[in-house]
Design a protein around this ligand. Sequence first.
Ligand SMILES: Nc1ncnc2c1ncn2[C@@H]1O[C@H](COP(=O)(O)OP(=O)(O)O)[C@@H](O)[C@H]1O
Ligand SMILES: [Mg+2]
Length: 275
Amino acid sequence: MFHQTKVTAAAQASGLAVSGVSVSAGKTPIVKDLSFHAATGEMLAIIGPSGSGKTTLMKAMTGEMSYCGQITLAGLEVGDLAPEFMADMRAVLPQASQISFPLTASEVVGLGLIDRRRNRQERARRIAEALARVGLSGFEGRTYQDLSGGEQQRVQLARVLCQVWDPVPADGPPRWLFLDEPVSSLDIKHQYQIMRLAADYAERGGGVVAVMHDLNLTAAFADRALVMRDGTRLAFGARDEVMQPELLSRAYGFPLEILERRGSARPVIVPVEAD
Ligand SMILES: Nc1ncnc2c1ncn2[C@@H]1O[C@H](COP(=O)(O)OP(=O)(O)O)[C@@H](O)[C@H]1O
Ligand SMILES: [Mg+2]
């Protein structure tokens, strides 16, 4: 069943607010005067064609690139936050994660365990639990470089989960997952498994922002969507308002239609067939 979450006032106060944000790479403007918001308890999908600025926007929201305008998380300006503070509040799955030195899957996941107070057994247990959640039980000792692209992606996701394990910690604001194309290199079973995991994180009170390549997965899992084109906001709103055929066709410059499926809240988006 599709999960519809009510946005409470508390969730908005703990939310992400992006207001008049522009991001440049050198002198080239990439993201231009963009505004939208996201709440905990929900998944926001960022969609749009390749090169529309999704990754650049993500890097600004996660503190990796400087920006003009305002980006606040739980009311705090992201650009002003100390890295340790940010690391406790949000975890980031980048679009491409390359590791050039030999580590085991377990060691990669353990990079997310920033709480050094844990003892060795607790760390091992949490790492095993995270690997199990992404369907990689028993992969602890495998060399990361020898894994398939999809397995590496899931190990990275386990690392991210370890970093912000509890979506609503006892002693701080709700936490956030920022995921840049989290399922692009996965097969269909694992795509659904990982999207379910992300949706579950939001249902338990965390915030999820995911750059999505696949429109059908977006339609199946996102609560809200931001559509980007040429670094600007083409549309933003509740998933069903935004996932409209004319709008998506305009966004991607390609004719698309939406097929409703009887008994399912998950429509499918397909190209319009030319006669
Ligand atoms: N460091 C950079 N220098 C110059 N151009 C860049 C840089 N990073 C990204 N771009 C350009 O910005 C645009 C948006 O890139 P990106 O944010 O990666 O888009 P998306 O994730 O939507 O595919 C692309 O045209 C890309 O070539
Ligand atoms: Mg990208």
